[in-house]
Ligand binder design. Structure first.
Ligand SMILES: Cc1cc2nc3c(=O)[nH]c(=O)nc-3n(C[C@H](O)[C@H](O)[C@H](O)COP(=O)(O)O)c2cc1C
Length: 171
């Protein structure tokens, strides 16, 4: 719990699904989001399409691997039942240098999962991305990029994003 400061989940049942394996970067963001939203937190292997269908608001998050979400997240979305109007949000951490992590770059990394969700009828009401520590390939020889990210500032931004989501979800 965040010192008892959590969103009021009464009106909106929320779920956060996250895939994070490289340095747990995206899991840190997922925990911050779930705390504010009062959301349940699962990995793709822990949740099925039927359970997801029970929630009002579902967040899908992943590290960015080869410019997109992990295949397990994309497969999960492909298995969802048609859900016209259901609310979703997207989040990720990526290993590009921090100065390059623009809104456009994040949106591009999210395009495959966003399109698959929209094909199921989901309404994507928000997207969040930030840099994450990256020691992929030869980067490990120089200590990686974005060491220490996500940091306290990133987690604060994630919390602010979650509060905005709550406002939008309550409409
Ligand atoms: C196999 C692999 C591929 C990656 N591909 C990209 C990429 O295409 N673009 C990018 O910005 N970062 C890339 N990264 C860096 C990760 O997105 C970054 O480290 C992220 O924070 C990892 O999240 P995680 O710790 O939650 O798994 C890659 C990392 C790995 C291990």
């Amino acid at each position: 719990m965040n010192g008892g400061k959590t969103g009021n989940p009464e009106a909106v049942r929320s779920l956060v699904v996250v895939f994070s394996y490289h340095h747990d970067n995206t899991r840190k963001i997922a925990r911050a989001l779930a705390r504010v939203l009062g959301a349940d937190l699962r990995t793709p292997s822990e949740v099925g399409p039927d359970e997801i269908a029970e929630y009002d608001l579902v967040g899908f998050g992943s590290g960015i691997y080869h410019a997109t979400f992990d295949p397990s997240m994309l497969d999960l979305v492909d298995r969802l039942p048609p859900s016209p109007g259901k609310m979703a949000f997207l989040f990720s951490t990526c290993g590009a240098p921090a100065f390059a992590v623009s809104r456009e770059f994040v949106a591009k990394n999210h395009s495959q999962i966003r399109e698959r969700l929209q094909a199921k009828g989901y309404r994507v009401i928000g997207e969040f991305g930030c840099p994450g520590w990256n020691t992929n390939g030869p980067l490990r020889f120089i200590g990686g990029l974005n060491r220490g990210r996500p940091d306290e500032n990133d987690l604060g931004n994630a919390e602010a994003f979650a509060w905005e989501l709550m406002e939008k979800a309550r409409g």
